[in-house]
Design a protein around this ligand. Structure first.
Ligand SMILES: *[C@@H]1O[C@H](CO)[C@@H](O)[C@H](O)[C@H]1NC(C)=O
Ligand SMILES: *[C@@H]1O[C@H](CO)[C@@H](O)[C@H](O)[C@H]1NC(C)=O
Ligand SMILES: *[C@@H]1O[C@H](CO)[C@@H](O)[C@H](O)[C@H]1NC(C)=O
Ligand SMILES: *[C@@H]1O[C@H](CO)[C@@H](O)[C@H](O)[C@H]1NC(C)=O
Length: 467
């Protein structure tokens, strides 16, 4: 009985989490229905074992592969055991017809007509969310009838995924895209193994925004699944992305125990390509003062810091060199990375922009400001991930008087006195709207000062160690 309540509670929490990121970008989500089993499974180990047994036989690309000599039958396998994603493989030569998003096995078959094996799947790791998955193009894998002939021959495997769904929201770009891509690449390929990215919904702005990262994953040009009309041959194919859950990389599920430290090293290499270009950090920035990045939200989005100017003044007085950072979709990631990579502390209110905490150097200070009723969402994003990334994670939970909700609601109401209980009793989109969109923040500067001073001490210590 109690267990079940807890489970129910968890489901609600994770569901709320999902909502938060929709609210952030004001996606219309009236379509959402409550769903179960959102928490990701822990069955990736099984998958890893499967890959070990079946090493895809593609280590030796030959200039003109002769498929009929392939010693083992080419098989199609789909692992659908995970809560958040499906993953399918073709372990031998295959031809892709992009016009119908279909991969055909080539050469020696394990199925002969009329018993063709056909699998259909959607390569996006939010399987539980049927509304999102409706917008993801379905991929077919089939062992027959025989596919078309090759127009473009790649002597490397394909890795196929969709950049659709929520892509465009900075949090989702990483949570549903770049991080799962990193995990998948490290689960399937060896370090120096080449592969081609085959991407659905690879819109120009997205490819440009993430070009440094995509090119670091693979130097081969991207195959655009949606408008390419040539057939492409690969030595094998993996379709789908592995996710380890919300903002998570679980080293226990990766062959070489990669962590967020490896992920960050990957980012650093990717953005290190720009060495020699004009450094975005102003040359007159102080050598003595630790740099603080204050993440700003603006407009009618909720969770805006109303006394930001005073907060900036306060932080300066305490000793920080303060920069206000207000990322937009146009913000160059290389610039953002370089700026954050040289920062000693970041402070921001819970929201998608805090995904930039991924760019902080381990050991630097990351303070998440938690508005009323945002306790759970802040824990999952970005509290847990911040700690896992090795940041000096701090949390500033605002008091009732620091929330603009006191101007609207009775300060003795459950809504203000115990938001968690209130949400538990009366859960709805409207209620979450109150906490996420109606609420702005006015810091109690006396109280916040103590936190900032603490952050300053930590940042200064970090600066003296790491520069
Ligand atoms: C396919 O679409 C992408 C993205 O919109 C575009 O950059 C590319 O030029 C298109 N390719 C062809 C062959 O139309
Ligand atoms: C990030 O900072 C470190 C020093 O802390 C530096 O070695 C590295 O080159 C920086 N990365 C980029 C991409 O600028
Ligand atoms: C650098 O100097 C200019 C002009 O004095 C000033 O406006 C700017 O804020 C300074 N930049 C930093 C990061 O301190
Ligand atoms: C639940 O919330 C709705 C508004 O979203 C409100 O009308 C209703 O009175 C609330 N019920 C309780 C028990 O608080």
């Amino acid at each position: 009985m109690k267990r079940r309540r807890i489970r129910h509670y968890e489901i609600t929490i994770v569901f709320l989490l999902f909502l938060v990121f929709c609210f952030i970008f004001q996606i219309n989500f009236s379509f959402i229905s409550r769903s179960n089993d959102i928490l990701p499974g822990k069955e990736e180990l099984k998958l890893k074992a499967a890959f070990k047994q079946n090493p895809l036989s593609l280590q030796s690309p030959s200039p003109s592969p002769s498929f009929s000599e392939s010693p083992q039958p080419t098989e199609i396998n789909c692992d659908r055991s995970h809560k958040s994603y499906d993953l399918c493989t073709i372990n031998g030569p295959t031809v892709l017809d992009p016009t119908i998003a279909t991969f055909y096995t080539l050469g020696h078959q394990d199925h002969v007509p009329p018993s063709y094996k056909v699998e259909k799947m959607k390569p996006y790791p939010r399987k539980w969310e049927s509304s999102t998955m409706k917008r993801i193009r379905e991929i077919t894998l089939t062992s027959g009838p025989p596919g078309p002939s090759c127009q473009v021959q790649h002597n490397v495997p394909a890795l196929v995924f969709s950049a659709g769904g929520y892509t465009g929201n900075f949090f989702h770009d990483f949570n549903d895209g770049i991080i799962p891509l990193f995990i998948t690449v490290h689960s399937i390929f060896t370090d120096d193994q080449e592969f081609v990215l085959v991407i659905s919904k690879a819109r120009d702005w997205w490819v440009n925004k993430y070009a440094d990262l995509l090119q670091s994953f693979s130097k081969h040009p991207i195959v655009n699944l949606d408008n390419d009309s040539s057939t492409h041959c690969f030595t094998s194919a993996t379709i789908g992305l592995i996710s380890h859950g919300l903002m998570a990389i679980d080293p226990k599920l990766l062959p070489n125990s990669q962590t967020f430290f490896h992920f960050r090293a990957f980012l650093d290499r990717a953005y290190g390509r720009h060495h020699g270009e004009n450094h975005p950090i102003k040359s007159n920035s102080s050598k003595q003062r630790p740099r603080l990045l204050l993440i700003s939200r603006n407009g009618d989005v909720g969770r805006v810091i109303l006394n930001q100017i005073q907060v900036k003044k306060l932080a300066k007085k305490i000793g920080f060199d303060v920069t206000i950072f207000e990322p937009t979709t146009e913000t160059s990631l290389w610039k953002a990375y370089t700026l954050i990579n040289s920062t000693h502390a970041m402070v921001g209110v819970h929201g998608a922009a805090l995904t930039h905490s991924l760019f902080l150097r381990p050991g630097s200070v990351f303070m998440q400001v938690v508005p009323l009723g945002n306790e759970w969402v802040a824990k999952y994003c970005f509290g847990n991930s911040g700690r896992t990334m090795g940041l000096e994670y701090m949390q500033y939970k605002i008091g009732v008087e620091e929330s603009t909700l006191v101007d609207k609601y009775d300060r003795n109401s459950l809504l203000l006195k115990d938001p968690v209980a209130f949400q538990g009793k009366n859960w709805s989109n409207d209620i979450m709207n109150i906490y996420l969109k109606e609420q702005n923040i006015k810091f109690d500067l006396v109280r916040f000062r103590q936190y900032l001073k603490n952050a300053y001490r930590k940042a200064k210590r970090f600066m003296s160690k790491k520069g």
